[in-house]
Ligand binder design. Sequence first.
Ligand code: GYE
Length: 308
Amino acid sequence: AAMACVAATPAQAAKPLTIGFSQVGAESEWRTANTASIKAAARQANINLKFADAQQQQQNQVKAIRSFIAQRVDVIAFSPVVETGWETVLREAKNAKIPVILTDRAVKVSDPSLYVSFIGSDFVEEGRRAGRWLLDYAKKNGDKPLNIVELQGTVGSAPATDRKNGFAEVIAGNPKLKVLRSQTGDFTRAKGKEVMEAFLKSEGKNINVLYAHNDDMAIGAIQAIEEAGLKPGKDIVIVSIDGVRGAFEAMMKGKLNVTIECNPLLGPTLMQTAQAVAAGQPVAKRITVQEGVFPAEVAAKEFPNRKY
Ligand code: GYE
């Protein structure tokens, strides 16, 4: 690291903050943008970032957090791959007096003092937005019965659970909307394609709608739909979540109908929050993000404004 403190007088030369960050993995375009945002924001804030990639394995995150505790970092931040199973390691961090900030995904713990703040989207609301778009679509298209298949995110992860629940809550408002099949595609393109192939094999032309918990699975599924000789976006209406560049490209080709935005650019807020926590200032327990809905009709116009 550059010794920026060399030119400063000793009194001004504050030791740069060290943050240990455990990332979920590199499973999606969203995740790539999230990692880039965190690394860039750390550099900008002159924060020493220790970055660990857990490859979607909770045990790797637990190991990384323990190693951050052993190294006595100033703040630990992580995006928990699943919601449960964190009590023990978070208790260890608390006993070591190292504050923990959650980014992106939530945890379920009985003791909320095990973390200081959670920065990230409202995934239930994202699922509701996907459902509302579909209700609206059904209404505009003759209110026919629609059979839905659902590609879930990682089992036990906050975004998969919440996006499923938010969507189900809203589509319950129209009895003609029915979820035929729902299975995990682990938030990846490869799994999204594989599971969509299986859906097409068992349900064939009965499928009217695909709801994918992220754009990457939708993009994988688009390939499967095309290989089955069907037109994605037309024969099968596709609703997904994230709003990454790949989704906008698919919408501009008419292959995806709508993406519900989930903002991955959490880096600057994370660094500000970590600095505040380290300085002993109070921070909000819950910090959410402003997000929109982008149907295919606006894709070409919005594309140049997209940051990820
Ligand atoms: O939607 C998906 C990624 O946790 C919000 O994780 C994040 C989700 C995101 O793999 O693409």
